[in-house]
Write a protein that binds this ligand. Structure first.
Ligand code: SAM
Length: 238
């Protein structure tokens, strides 16, 4: 994972990625009057820095100390932001992160890294508990339904930020989606993910207590006309 992440950060320009992501989630937060946000999947800091740039009070959590160190230095590099970082596993979030938040974001197809249903439920319940009574969780995921149901065939290539990196499914079944990432310098990496079905995630969110879950299709990553590449779930606590 580390080599992959370094490569991604080295080759993908954040400004380009900002442009390709658009301001959908930032707008959702602003429309709700959100002030305090917890980024639970900080990674190298892309979304946390974006939130700080937009003026949100932001706490940046991640299970990996190595990622947080990178995020911290990226924050300093992009706009001189001092990230408030906390190492915390989603499954025990309340133990390590204090306070309550208007919003929690879990972006960049991060939730796909949990491979057991028990862990997914536990993580969502922890997110729920850390939100204020009218708080909102914004969580995105790749559109695995299209992949599992064969709408793309198994050879569909996803391009990120133009052509710098492409991802192709290497193996897909209901329990595992393995992708091959090829960078424009021809280096290749494989990543294993859990293929989350859209309605399954929506159901889990409701089962842990979220009152309302809206799911949006996001067309920005590749240029498929009819099927979104990503879904963004907006789950309201109250
Ligand atoms: N949002 C960032 C982005 O899009 O660039 C980073 C996303 S990165 C794909 C996913 C992050 O989730 C990794 O940094 C990983 O350490 C973190 N992560 C995965 N499972 C986790 C868990 N159970 N608890 C906390 N963090 C976790």
């Amino acid at each position: 994972m580390t080599g992959f992440v370094d490569k991604w950060d080295e080759l993908i320009d954040w400004k380009k990625r900002w442009a390709s992501e658009g301001d959908f989630f930032v707008q959702q937060l602003k429309d709700r009057g959100v002030e305090k946000v917890l980024d639970v999947a900080t990674g190298t800091g892309f979304h946390s820095v974006r939130l700080l740039e937009e003026g949100f009070e932001t706490v940046s959590a991640d299970g990996s100390a190595e990622m947080l160190a990178k995020a911290f230095s990226n924050g300093q590099g992009y706009g001189g932001h001092i990230l408030r970082v906390v190492q915390a596993d989603w499954r025990y979030l309340n133990r390590d992160v204090h306070g309550t938040y208007d919003a929690i974001i879990c972006l960049g197809n991060s939730f796909t890294h949990l491979f057991s249903e028990r862990d997914r439920r536990k993580a969502l319940a922890e997110f729920y508990a850390m939100l204020k009574h009218d708080g909102v969780l914004i969580l995105d995921q790749r559109n695995y339904d299209a992949l599992l149901d064969g709408q793309y065939g198994n050879s569909h290539t996803y391009y990120y930020c133009g052509e710098e990196v492409s991802a192709e499914p290497d193996h897909v079944d209901e329990g595992l989606a393995r992708f091959r990432y090829t960078f424009n310098d021809q280096s290749q990496y494989y990543l294993n993910m859990f293929p989350l079905r859209k309605n399954y995630v929506r159901r889990l969110m409701r089962e842990v207590g979220f009152q309302r879950v809206d799911t949006y299709g996001d067309f920005q990553e590749t240029y498929q006309a009819d099927e979104p590449d990503f879904f963004i779930h907006i789950a309201e606590k109250g």
